[in-house]
Design a protein around this ligand. Structure first.
Ligand SMILES: Cc1cc2nc3c(=O)[nH]c(=O)nc-3n(C[C@H](O)[C@H](O)[C@H](O)COP(=O)(O)O)c2cc1C
Length: 425
């Protein structure tokens, strides 16, 4: 029988957490966003560590790592909307960190507002992964995650890294041991449920069994579809292989001592709630959190973390984002540009009145606006005040029954294969 957690927000919302929420209710008067919104260097981070909260709520909800999407700007927007969502960086190659030692702030620095934040690294060389982890320590990430799920030919091609690593669990275990030895924060692996023909439930279990037995890794984020390395694009690899949530729930049943976070195809807060109710420890949402940040992230603190609502509006978010944007504009010579900084906001008015006109005005404004403030002064006239000044509305109902039939779909229980045990002996 599948184990249902009987999860209830009312009882699981810890007293510590409620204190945090009361004390840190988003954007309290007196919180000086201007001073905290610049990029922080490693030195500033360690200085600030003393005052940073060490009581984040658990990663029940996280925004997935997404190359070119979950950059510092998107994470700033996400944090303005949700106080508690865990935020992943884009994947950063260990080689980049190691070879850019004189330029690390550019790749690794983040504003303290972005805690809790997970650094995702990728690589296929144990020494470089270890060194990259060591170099990242000074920045104070809250978790280090190894990418074992990316099918991009640039990454996975030629047996490089990303999802190809799923075919070499001994290497992953070695890498995770090295990463763990070089950091004091929790570590995790993000993977798919299989690669090409290596897509049976038992093969997935062998991977999890070997990595968790041979290394200190106890937390896996499972993108619940396999990857195809037959030349289809990364985007197609996120839609063509079917989702098999039953594999995820099979892992929960067969590895009760490990922690699993579900990922893939979850598009509403109702579905996040349903996944947790069915036993998932955490839920990682990617595209939906990027394509519709207001409606997804706007409900995370209340629906998932049980925080009181604090009637945030998009106008308030924009006011703070504009201050942030102008403080970082051109920080690295020509970059970031107005377009770089505005990019994550292009979905803020998803399906709201005025969105189409706003997008057209934005296209024109990109050609000549030189500040974020002037960009919004010119374009926001397209959005009605009623949209700008309303708090987030009730979530659109999602598929609450998405995981309802899992019990009947579960694969046969995993029995550790002799070969797997020998490798781990
Ligand atoms: C533009 C884009 C870039 C991505 N880059 C990464 C990445 O760097 N590392 C990673 O582990 N997954 C990456 N992913 C995959 C997502 O983390 C996630 O696993 C996938 O989108 C499925 O979740 P979703 O259906 O909620 O979007 C990326 C996805 C997108 C859309």
């Amino acid at each position: 029988m599948m184990k249902f957690s009987g999860y209830s927000l009312a009882v699981s919302f810890s007293p510590v957490g409620s204190t945090v929420i009361r004390n840190n209710c988003r954007f309290h008067v007196g919180r000086n966003f201007r001073s905290s919104s610049r990029f922080f260097s490693a030195k500033q981070q360690s200085h600030d560590k003393g005052v940073l909260p060490n009581y984040y709520l658990p990663p029940w909800f996280s925004v997935a790592p997404m190359m070119e999407w979950t950059d510092h700007h998107y994470r700033t927007l996400a944090r303005l909307i949700s106080k508690h969502a865990w935020l992943y960086t884009e994947m950063l190659a260990a080689e980049t960190i190691v070879y850019q030692q004189d330029n690390l702030d550019r790749f690794l620095a983040f504003s303290p507002d972005q805690h809790p934040i997970v650094l995702q690294i990728g690589g296929s060389n144990v020494e470089k992964l270890a060194k990259a982890t060591e170099l990242a320590n000074a920045y104070g990430y809250d978790e280090i995650n190894l990418n074992c799920g990316c099918p991009s030919p640039k990454v996975a091609g030629h047996g490089c890294f990303g999802v190809s690593l799923m075919l070499d669990p001994k290497f992953v275990a070695e890498a995770m041991s090295a990463i763990t030895a070089n950091t004091n924060v929790p570590v995790s692996v993000k993977c798919r449920i299989g690669v090409d023909d290596h897509d049976s439930y038992d093969e997935l279990c062998d991977f999890i069994f070997k990595v968790s037995s041979l290394s200190p890794t106890k937390h896996f984020i499972i993108h619940s579809r396999k990857a195809l390395l037959n030349g289809i694009s990364p985007a197609e690899n996120r839609s063509i292989p079917p989702l098999k949530y039953e594999y995820f729930y099979g892992l929960l049943r067969d590895f009760p001592d490990l922690t699993f976070t579900i990922n893939g195809g979850i598009t509403s807060v109702d579905e996040v709630y349903a996944a947790r109710e069915a036993g998932a420890y955490g839920v990682t949402v990617g595209r939906a959190a990027y394509n519709n940040p207001w409606h997804i992230l706007g409900h995370v603190d209340t629906v998932i973390y049980g925080a009181p609502s604090c009637s945030l509006t998009r106008r308030q978010v924009l006011e703070k984002y504009i201050v942030y944007g102008d403080s970082v504009l051109g920080k690295y010579g020509r970059r970031p540009t107005v377009r770089d900084i505005v990019k994550p906001l292009l979905n803020l008015f998803h399906s709201a009145p005025g969105n189409g006109l706003w997008k057209r005005k934005a296209d024109a404004a990109f050609r000549h606006c030189t500040t974020i403030k002037s960009f919004f002064e010119e374009t926001l006239v397209a959005i009605p005040d009623s949209v700008l000044d309303s708090p987030v509305v009730e979530p659109t109902p999602g598929r609450r029954d998405l995981f309802a039939n899992m019990d009947s779909l579960l694969p046969p229980p995993y029995t550790t294969r002799e070969e797997a045990v020998i490798i781990c002996a």
